[in-house]
Design a protein around this ligand. Structure first.
Ligand code: ZN
Length: 100
């Protein structure tokens, strides 16, 4: 990956994750619901914390270094395939569109 293509480079942060409401607004604006590409069923699940109303944010490390990518997962409730939305893109949209 070259210097101009490092959109997702990140280290794990303690920033508060976006809320379920904010993430659902992001999905509605940027990735309208479609049937699953694997099984054809339209039953997507967003994974969150019911107590804090925030969406779980995952992290993929780049080898043994701290650099990596944060993402928000959406999974098919029928076949289990996962789609990952880059946290930086989601959080930028939430900040711009919703004044987070
Ligand atoms: Zn599926």
């Amino acid at each position: 990956m070259d210097e101009n293509n490092t959109v997702a480079e990140a280290t794990p942060t303690s920033d508060p994750a976006v809320t379920l409401e904010q993430f659902n607004a992001f999905l509605a604006a940027k990735a309208p619901e479609k049937p699953c590409t694997e099984c054809g069923i339209t039953e997507w699940g967003v994974h969150g914390d019911a107590d804090s109303d925030t969406v779980f944010k995952g992290f993929i490390a780049n080898g043994i270094s701290a650099a990596g990518t944060e993402f928000y997962p959406v999974t098919c409730r029928h076949c289990g395939i996962a789609k990952l939305y880059t946290a930086q893109v989601v959080e930028r949209w939430v900040s711009d569109a919703m004044g987070k």
